[in-house]
Design a protein around this ligand. Structure first.
Ligand SMILES: Cc1cc2nc3c(=O)[nH]c(=O)nc-3n(C[C@H](O)[C@H](O)[C@H](O)COP(=O)(O)OP(=O)(O)OC[C@H]3O[C@@H](n4cnc5c(N)ncnc54)[C@H](O)[C@@H]3O)c2cc1C
Length: 596
């Protein structure tokens, strides 16, 4: 059976040494009292909950899955999930970042980021149930009426009710402009919704007393396409203004999807038949409002992959030290044993270090971005808030796509470390690979994230947002450029930054002549940006590790080795990617459709 140890030491390094989180929060009026002790205590308690309550349910939840009672439309989650959710609510975890006026604790997002990484590492399928409530809370907080806020926010914050996002229909996933669910206005200002949604995560379950569905639908005479989409809130049980549960609403689970991974999470086909709803935000402006939830979910999906990389790495590293096979090429290493532990073999180390470098790099990036969100929400200075928002916008598709692509690579490599045993259920590794795969698909496929980055956020903006990140890189290069010990990190980072600038200009010109060039380059381009971003964090972490390398603490030596591995073995992938981008879209589009 696999094990999970919350990475407390690395959290401490990232939050206190790399990002100076308590100091940064001290500048924000809403968080000025959040000190280092509070941060460490919350992370420690969350780690205990993740490891002791959620992790033991991960494999059993995967095997058992969810079941639907077709007569009542009730969905039963795997054994133990309900009790774990009750303990989660009892512990006050759902309200961590919610506003005190809605019963929340008002703690910073950066803290939730760490808590959520551990929950998801321990049990991705379970964590999706409360995870979606966070996005629903943020959306209603941003766009709800005062009545909607008063009704829903305290109950989402406490965990009494959970949230969902209902976008996808059979004929529309990426292209939501094609959606057909209809909303009929009623005399009392409410709406009745009719249609069918598919693939709705946590659409029905037995964890909470009510479910708050956020549903996209069309009003009569709405313009065609994405300009005619409105957003509605549809509770599973109708509710009075005092929050008391009323009759069952006309929205239910018609079937559960049978899928590759995250079996413990109910992926539901949802039927709406005259479901009572209220409008959220303005008519026909629903998609823009929904982006509040989608952006939060995109970061959440990146976090799911970060958690999976961490837990897969931990287990693969432990196995590699224990499993003995063959002798080291350079001579016997464990003379007391009939063979050497496989960790002596360079290829096994390559696999382990790849997973570790991607996981620890992703943690630094995710915490940095979460702190930016705190800045965006809570900094006293408006210009600072706007600057942070631009950086979050450009980093969101990178976190979503680069981290989830890397987790697919990393979990697969960690499974490979186990050889045939990795492919067998008993060791738990194949579940991580299966669970990781969905993260590249939902919340906008990674191909769509790449288009969002290159098309909208870089070329559509004359590179302004990306340049803001480039400025951070340039400042660090400037600051460390004269330090001899940092050259092995600074030189490739600066070189990649220059190449990316040139490549972006070239792409802008090509795209002007042929828009398909954007589609041909976007996925490679996002990966190049991903390496620049991760390279920046690895260089900063290497700097700290160099400063403390004589401290005798092996943590810093390991950090330095991992940084060196990242720069020597992973970042050079960008050379091939740049060549691929430069080769243009012609080799992709040249073949006639009939030849496929
Ligand atoms: C387990 C699971 C849980 C889910 N949870 C939810 C949920 O809670 N709520 C919800 O609303 N949805 C949910 N989804 C749906 C998910 O978000 C969609 O499946 C996803 O957005 C892709 O849509 P699609 O499946 O219709 O694929 P399509 O949109 O048909 O895409 C097919 C392929 O074409 C590519 N493609 C499409 N358009 C373009 C383009 N313009 N340029 C380049 N490539 C393009 C895509 O990248 C993809 O590779 C879930 C799906 C699954 C499997």
């Amino acid at each position: 059976m696999p094990q999970y140890n919350p990475p407390q030491r690395d959290f401490s390094f990232v939050l206190h040494e790399l990002l100076n989180v308590p100091e940064a929060l001290g500048q924000m009026p809403a968080h000025k009292d959040v000190d280092a002790d509070t941060i460490d205590a919350v992370i420690e308690q969350a780690g205990k909950f993740a490891a002791e309550v959620l992790f033991p349910l991960n494999a059993s939840g995967d095997i058992e899955g969810c079941t639907l009672d077709p007569a009542t439309h009730a969905v039963r989650t795997p054994k133990g999930f309900k009790e774990a959710y009750a303990a989660y609510v009892e512990g006050g975890w759902p309200s961590l970042t919610s506003a005190p006026e809605y019963g929340g604790q008002g703690l910073p997002v950066v803290l939730y980021q760490c808590v959520n990484e551990m929950l998801t590492a321990a049990n991705q399928a379970w964590t999706m149930y409360p995870g979606l409530s966070h996005g629903a809370y943020a959306l209603l907080n941003a766009h709800g009426t005062s009545e909607q806020k008063a009704l829903y926010l305290p109950r989402l914050a406490s965990g009494l009710w959970t949230g969902t996002m209902c976008l996808t229909e059979a004929q529309c996933g990426t292209d939501l402009g094609l959606l057909r669910t209809r909303a009929e206005p009623q005399a009392d200002g409410s709406y009745l919704l009719t249609g069918e949604k598919i693939f709705i995560s946590a659409g029905e379950h037995d964890l909470a007393e009510n479910i708050v569905h956020l549903v996209l639908a069309r009003l009569p005479e709405a313009p065609a396409g994405s300009k005619g989409i409105s957003l509605f809130v549809v509770p599973k049980f109708r509710v009075g203004s005092d929050g008391a549960l009323g009759e069952r609403n006309g929205i239910w689970c018609g079937a559960l999807e049978h899928k590759m991974g995250i079996h413990g999470n109910a992926t539901c086909q949802m039927v709406l038949e005259g479901a009572h709803a209220t409008l959220v935000g303005q008519p026909n402006k629903g998609l823009a409002a929904m982006f509040v939830m989608m952006n939060a979910s995109r970061l959440g999906v990146g976090n799911q992959s970060l958690g999976l990389m961490e837990v897969a790495y931990q287990n693969a590293a432990a196995y590699a030290k224990d499993r003995i096979q063959m002798r080291s090429l350079s001579g016997i290493k464990a003379a007391d044993k009939p063979a050497d532990p496989i960790i002596v073999h360079p290829d096994v180390r390559r696999m382990l270090l790849t997973a570790r470098a991607y996981a620890e790099g992703a943690r630094a990036l995710a915490c940095f971005t979460a702190l930016l969100i705190d800045t965006e929400l809570s900094a006293a200075d408006e210009a600072e808030r706007a600057e942070a928002a631009d950086l979050v916008a450009v980093l969101t598709p990178v976190i979503k796509a680069f981290t989830t692509d890397n987790a697919w690579i990393a979990t697969s490599l960690c499974m490979q470390v186990f050889g045939g045993h990795g492919y067998i259920r008993e060791w738990g590794m194949e579940q991580y690979v299966r669970d990781a795969r969905i993260n590249m698909i939902y919340e906008g496929t990674n191909g769509i994230q790449a288009l969002d980055l290159l098309g909208r956020k870089v070329l559509g903006d004359n590179g302004k947002k990306l340049k803001k990140f480039g400025k951070l890189v340039a400042e660090f290069v400037e600051q460390e450029g004269t330090d001899e010990a940092m050259q092995e990190f600074i030189n490739p980072l600066a070189e990649l930054g220059d190449k990316l600038t040139r490549l972006t200009t070239e792409l802008g010109m090509k795209a002007f002549q042929n828009p398909d060039e954007v589609g041909g380059a976007a996925v490679d381009y996002l990966r190049i940006v991903g390496h620049l971003v991760l390279g920046y964090f690895w260089a900063r972490m290497a700097k700290l590790a160099l400063q403390k390398k004589d401290s005798g603490d092996p943590f810093y030596a390991a950090k330095l080795h991992t940084a060196r591995f990242y720069f020597a073995k992973l970042m050079p992938e960008t050379a091939g990617l740049i060549r691929s981008v430069r080769s243009g879209v012609a080799p992709i589009l040249a073949m006639d459709e009939s030849m496929f």
